[in-house]
Write a protein that binds this ligand. Sequence first.
Ligand code: APR
Length: 309
Amino acid sequence: MISIIGAGRVGSSAAAMMMVYEVDKEITIVDIVEGLPQGEALDLSHAAAILGKDVKIKGSNNYEDIKGSDIVVITAGLPRKPGMTREELAAKNAEIVSGIAENVKKYAPNSIVLITTNPLDVMVAVLYNKLKFPRNRVIGFSGVLDSRRMAFYASQYIGISTSAITPLVLGQHGENMYPVPELSMVYGKSLKSFLTEEQYSKVVKDTIEAGAVITNLRKFSSNWGPGAGLTLMVEAIKKDRKTAMEASVLLDGEYGIKGTFAEVPVILGKNGVEKIIEVDLTEEQKEKFKKSIEAIKNNLKQVPESYLK
Ligand code: APR
């Protein structure tokens, strides 16, 4: 069973895509708002009936209903409002995430836990510290989103499918992320070599600003990208695909970094993070990655230390 905590825009988009992809026979959606997860579940059940998908979708206000989940996806929290930085959300969302972590620990102690709550790099650290699960079972979302967004922007210039690109974005999910078109590949050829200098700069800028652009346009933050990315991650774990994509994981010496969650390429399979792929970086690239890590460490200061112990 997959449990999704948060029946808001991200949670319900993820549930819808997971149903369409039939990643599991059962999806349970939990939210604190009475009626909301039940209503979403009923509507999605009707959609499943229309599409002929045999997926049971249940809505609940009770954490006990996540018992037996092999994967828990946390999408609960306050979303980013226009003009608000991800970091400003930190204090409020840390409280929500740590409360949810207690329930996950209690009712789904063997699950693999994914989280989208922003600011992502801080919330995944809060989650990890509260859960005390091994690092392969605590995974921050957004690497898949940031990297595929970069593939999208680049593909617009070079007229190839996004699926032809293996995009690399490192570090923070936020203004200090480090998109690396020079190490993003189309087979053995660097993505950078397809782009003019101007296009290269635009691709990097658009990737970093993608989330903010969506929020400014429609006045609420992204949900379809997260829904799609979560579906891909859950499918990889559930079906033990051992496929490569990016995620925010706890580094323990990889890239010379220890004790910080950051976006890197990983292999996802039935054990969650099965492998962290260490891309060879030049000294200059290492410096840029380190700067992004510094930004993450700075963000961690925005939540009271008690959340990180
Ligand atoms: N337990 C369960 N659900 C909760 C809790 C909680 N303790 N606290 C809040 N929620 C629910 C809200 O009731 C709401 O339905 O989380 C849901 C959040 O939904 P939205 O407000 O629609 O936010 P959404 O766009 O889905 O984003 C959720 O993911 O991408 C990030 O920045 C985004 O942090 C935000 C999160």
